[in-house]
Design a protein around this ligand. Structure first.
Ligand code: SF4
Ligand code: SF4
Ligand code: SF4
Ligand code: FES
Length: 378
C-alpha cells in the first residue's frame, strides 16, 4: 500500500498500482486512450500525462508506479495544452467522419475531441493508413480510424492468447497487421471479437453493426449468454427488436469484459427466419393421428434440420398441447415396452437452471431413469 497526494487529496493505492489506477479508484478522472484496465500499460498515447512534484517533465500516469509520498497533479494549464496537442496530432491523421460514423457516441477519440474543444486538427491533414479489410464474416478493419493504441494487439496476446495481430512497420507507417498480412481466417484468430470490444474508435467494428443505427438509437440490455454453461454476461444492443451488436460488460462475474465468438457474434439466431417458434409434428405421424387429411409424399425426408426451407413439406405445425400429449404418449409406450432405462435425456445450456432442474426431475421422477446429461458437458 502507498499513500500519495493527487490534486491535493490523499489517495491510498494498493501495491503495484499505477498513478492512473490510484487516481481512477479515487474517482479522479484522467484522459487516456491506450490504457485499458484489463491490459498491461503501454504508454503510447501520452494523453494521461500528469505532473509529479520533483520531476521536470510530465509523465504518463498509466506507466508510473504509485509511490509513498508522491505528489501528483492531473489538471493544469500545461497538461491541458499538452493533451490538446496530443489530440491535435491524432486528428491530423484521422478523418472526422463522426456525422456518419457507426462509432459516434461510443468513441473515445470523439469524446476527448469534444472535451478539449477540438473541431479538427490545426496541422496539415495527412493520412498514414487507408487499408480497409473485410476478410471475414464477423468484423471489419478500417485502418483510417486506427489511432495505434495497440489495445487490440494486447488483448489478443494477453487475454485471448491467440497473438493473431501485431504492430507492423514503424513510426508514421505502422499499422496493425496479421503475420505476413494474411487474411484473418488464415491466422490463429478465433474471431472472439475482443479486439473489437477494446478498440476505442471505429477501426474495428462488427459487420452486423454497420449502418444499423447510431449509438443513441440503440437499446442496451444486459443478459446471460444462451450458448454454454459459463454464463457470460452480455450487453445486447438492439434496434426495433433486432440485435445490432453484442459486447461484454466490464467487471461481469463469469467473464469480465471478454466473450467468445458465439456470444459476441452468434445471437442473430434470435430473429432468424428459420428459427422454430412452435412445435412441428412429422407429416406421416400427423396423418396417422388424423391431424392432416393427406399423407406426405413418400420420398420426403423427415428431419427438420436437414430440410429447414421445406419444413412445411415434411412437417405440420401444431399447438403445444397436441405436441406434448404426443411426446408423453410415445415416451410412455417406450417405457412400458423396454423399461425406463431405454429412455435418456439431454438438457440444454440454452435453457435456464430452473428449466434444467425440472427436466432432470421429470426424467428421474416421471420416467424413472438416471440417463440424464447436459449439452454443456458433452
Ligand atoms: S472513429 Fe470516432 S472520431 Fe473517428 S470518425 Fe468515428 S466517431 Fe469520429
Ligand atoms: S478476434 Fe480475438 S483472436 Fe482474432 S484478432 Fe481479435 S482478439 Fe485476436
Ligand atoms: S485497431 Fe483499434 S484497438 Fe487496434 S490499435 Fe487501432 S485504434 Fe487501437
Ligand atoms: S493512457 Fe497512458 S499513455 Fe495512453
Amino acid at each position: 500500500m502507498a499513500t500519495l497526494t493527487i490534486n491535493g487529496r490523499p489517495v491510498t493505492a494498493p501495491a503495484a498500482a499505477s498513478v492512473l489506477d490510484a487516481a481512477l479508484s479515487a474517482g479522479i478522472e484522467i484522459p487516456r486512450l491506450c490504457h485499458h484496465p484489463e491490459l498491461s500499460a503501454w504508454g503510447g498515447c501520452r494523453l494521461c500525462l500528469v505532473e509529479v512534484e520533483g520531476q521536470r517533465a510530465p509523465v504518463p500516469a498509466c506507466g508510473l508506479a504509485a509511490k509513498e509520498g508522491m505528489v501528483v497533479t492531473t489538471r493544469s494549464e500545461r497538461l491541458t495544452a499538452l493533451r490538446r496537442e496530443v489530440l491535435d496530432f491524432l486528428l491530423s491523421d484521422h478523418p472526422l467522419h463522426c456525422v456518419i460514423c457507426d462509432k459516434a457516441g461510443r468513441c473515445d477519440l470523439q469524446r476527448y475531441a469534444y472535451e478539449f474543444g477540438l473541431l479538427d486538427s490545426s496541422h496539415e491533414k495527412e493520412f498514414s493508413r487507408t487499408l480497409y479489410q473485410d476478410d471475414n464474416a464477423f468484423f471489419i478493419r478500417d485502418h483510417q480510424y486506427c489511432i495505434s493504441c495497440t489495445r487490440c494487439v494486447r488483448v489478443c496476446d494477453e487475454i485471448v492468447g491467440a497473438t493473431a495481430i501485431e504492430v507492423s512497420q514503424r513510426g508514421f507507417g505502422s499499422y496493425i497487421a496479421t503475420p505476413f498480412d494474411a487474411p484473418l481466417v488464415e491466422t490463429t484468430c478465433t474471431f472472439c471479437g475482443n479486439c473489437v470490444q477494446v478498440c476505442p474508435t471505429a477501426a474495428l467494428l462488427p459487420v452486423e453493426r454497420l449502418g444499423k443505427g447510431r449509438e443513441w438509437e440503440l437499446t442496451h440490455t444486459q443478459t446471460t449468454c444462451p450458448y454454454c454453461g459459463t454464463g457470460c454476461t452480455l450487453d445486447v444492443a438492439t434496434r426495433n427488436g433486432e440485435v445490432v451488436y453484442v459486447s461484454g460488460v466490464p467487471g461481469a462475474p463469469a467473464n469480465g469484459e471478454f466473450l467468445c465468438t458465439k456470444g459476441r457474434f452468434g445471437l442473430d439466431f434470435t430473429t432468424h427466419a428459420h428459427r422454430l417458434r412452435r412445435p412441428w409434428v412429422r407429416r406421416d405421424l400427423a396423418y396417422a393421428l388424423g391431424l392432416v387429411p393427406e399423407p406426405p409424399p413418400a420420398a420426403l425426408g423427415r428431419s427438420p434440420l436437414l430440410r429447414p426451407p421445406g419444413l412445411a413439406d415434411t412437417h405440420v405445425e401444431v399447438d403445444w398441447e397436441t405436441a406434448l400429449d404426443l411426446v408423453a404418449e410415445k415416451l410412455a409406450a417406450v417405457v412400458q415396452q423396454d423399461g425406463p432405462d431405454a429412455v435418456g435425456g439431454v438438457g440444454s445450456a440454452l435453457a435456464t437452471n430452473e428449466d434444467n432442474y425440472v427436466f432432470q426431475k421429470m426424467m428421474r421422477g416421471s420416467i424413472g431413469t438416471n440417463n440424464v446429461d447436459l449439452c454443456a458437458r458433452l
